[in-house]
Design a protein around this ligand. Structure first.
Ligand code: PRP
Ligand code: URA
Length: 209
């Protein structure tokens, strides 16, 4: 799939293995989600445009590069996406943050939207949608549909684990959206959970089960 980057850096793979382990508790789980998000963000921002400026070091004047403009927005999909927010903001602290609220109906696995608050100037921003899990793809597709109504400059999607079914659905629905992911797993089970996956990301981050 042309727009998909699977970031199999050793640090990410090591952290992901601990994340998957069912004996990992919420405190460590939260820290790992945040660390993996930062590492994914490093990869997803690799092509940000730079511009040249002149600065003065203690020794001489120099030409140096800075990121052109500063128009990024991160949009976590509630709840689990908020677990990745600290990590991405540690790399891009000046980014603005929107929120999209959505949960999967336990019977149908279809996304149920309940909240949307985006930066007012989102049309001038490169948007990074963040959510640890891409299962059927329904939540990501719907969130990106909502965001695109405001004509952002671009949209990228960052997740930690994807199922092939969700990856294909997202690529088909939004072929212009670049996807950054730490692992492409085997399949979905009969409850539309990712196999082997890590279980329910929201419950493991917030300790709600
Ligand atoms: C999880 C996850 C995604 C969604 C992925 O959220 O964080 O948003 O499921 O599944 P999909 O690709 O099949 O749509 P969930 O609905 O469990 O809500 P939560 O984050 O509030 O726990
Ligand atoms: N949501 C999760 O949190 N985990 C899955 O495996 C699928 C959807």
């Amino acid at each position: 799939m042309a727009n998909v980057t699977i970031t199999n850096h050793p640090l990410i793979q090591h952290k992901l293995s601990i994340l998957r382990d069912k004996s990992t508790g919420s405190k460590e789980f939260r820290a790992l989600i945040s660390e993996i998000a930062a590492l994914l963000c490093y990869e997803a921002t690799r092509d940000l445009p730079l511009e040249e400026v002149e600065i003065e070091t203690p020794i001489s004047v120099a030409k140096a590069k800075v990121i052109a403009g500063k128009k990024l927005a991160f949009v976590p999909i509630l709840r689990a996406g908020t677990g990745m927010l600290d990590g991405v903001l540690s790399l891009v602290p000046s980014a603005k943050v929107g929120h999209i609220g959505m949960y999967r109906d336990p019977e149908t696995a279809l996304p149920v939207p309940y909240y949307c608050k985006l930066p007012a100037d989102i049309s001038q921003r490169e948007v990074f949608v963040i959510d640890p899990m891409l299962a059927t793809g329904g939540s990501a597709i719907d969130a990106i549909n909502q965001i695109k109504q405001y004509n952002p400059k671009s949209v990228k999607f960052m997740c930690i684990i994807a199922a092939p079914e969700g990856m294909k659905a997202l690529c088909d629905a939004h072929p212009d959206v670049e996807i950054y992911c730490a692992a492409l797993d085997e399949k979905l089970n009969e409850h539309k959970y990712i196999v082997p996956g890590l279980g329910d990301a929201g419950d493991r981050i917030f300790g709600t089960k």
